[in-house]
Design a protein around this ligand. Structure first.
Ligand code: ADP
Length: 295
């Protein structure tokens, strides 16, 4: 099983020619309401890729909360320890311009309640193959989850996004760090991927730097780095490419595949997702991923 402790939001997406300036009103061309949040997106990616997934997160007692929970249940995700707290669910207010440029306001809502790990959370976490973490929850919650993972002997995987200061306490609890190129540069001060990877491996035992259309670079202490290219595809929307990659990689590793095979599986899954519009709605299923790899 893959455990995901993370954020869950309703994404409210407005499509406009040009985003309104302060005091201005503009007409948009389209509106979409889609389940999102980095944590929930990784959970959906892993479940679609064939994983048995448990999600630990919080929604509000509003209509969005009901819809967000239903979406995870329909994707086959275990939500028995998901919390419903009084007040509003998290929302991301997203404005997409015709150039593709976007601006986003995230309002944490119920996600702000994720500051601790309960005894029941620990029981459900027990025996998991991996615990996936991101940085969209309160830092004390992320640290508490990483510590619970370590105590339960579950390898912790951190996607250090959105970019934030990384406390040494958290880094010390991470087994696998999965930044994109920008996050890796922010953490290490090195823009060149191989140099950044070498720096990351001083902090954590295992790391993957995702390189967009250039694929990914994997490293483990004491072993040679491995570069796995991304399939050449026509990308139309790279939202949540990294979350798809991470969820799929975790599933492949949980099945006992070697790192290089797992990277190829993750590259195939994320390449499929970038060819379609949407975040969680664009994530491929197991059969599709296997078919893409066989080609
Ligand atoms: P993030 O989405 O977190 O910014 P990246 O842009 O590095 O992360 O993308 C994550 C992974 O998604 C890449 O390692 C790659 O496998 C896949 N990917 C992203 N963009 C493309 C693309 N244009 N073509 C093929 N694969 C892509």
């Amino acid at each position: 099983r893959i455990a995901v402790f993370g954020s869950i939001n309703m994404d409210l997406v407005a499509y406009v020619d040009t985003a309104p300036a302060s005091g201005e009103t503009v007409s948009g061309s389209r509106f979409a309401q889609v389940p999102g949040g980095k944590g929930a997106n990784q959970a959906v990616a892993a479940a679609r890729a064939g994983g048995d997934v448990a999600f630990f997160g919080a929604v509000g007692d509003d209509a969005f909360g009901t819809q967000l929970r239903t979406n995870l249940v329909e994707t086959g995700i275990e939500v028995s320890e998901m919390r419903t707290v009084p007040g509003a669910s998290g929302v991301a207010h997203i404005v997409v311009e015709s150039t593709g440029a976007n601006s986003i306001i995230v309002i944490a809502g119920a996600n702000a309640a994720m500051t601790d790990v309960s005894e029941r959370d620990r029981r459900l976490l027990e025996g998991s193959a991996a615990l996936l973490l991101q940085l969209e929850l309160p830092m004390e919650g992320v640290i508490a989850a990483a510590r619970a993972g370590r105590e339960a002997g579950v390898p912790t995987v951190l996607t250090p996004a959105p970019a934030r200061e990384l406390p040494a306490e958290l880094i010390g609890l991470v087994d696998l760090l999965v930044p994109n190129q920008h996050e890796a540069a922010a953490i290490t001060g090195e823009r060149e991927p191989r140099a950044a990877l070498a720096e990351l491996l001083k902090l954590v035992p295992e790391a993957i730097i995702t390189l967009g259309a250039d694929g990914s670079l994997y490293g483990r202490r004491g072993a040679d780095p491995v570069h796995v290219p991304a399939p050449r595809v026509e990308a139309v929307d790279t939202t949540a490419a990294g979350d798809t990659f991470c969820g799929a990689f975790a599933v492949a590793r949980a099945e006992g595949r070697a790192p290089e095979d797992a990277l190829r599986f993750a590259a195939a899954a994320s390449a499929l997702s970038v060819q379609r519009l949407g975040a969680s709605s664009s994530m491929p299923g197991r059969a599709e991923i296997e078919e893409a790899i066989a080609k």
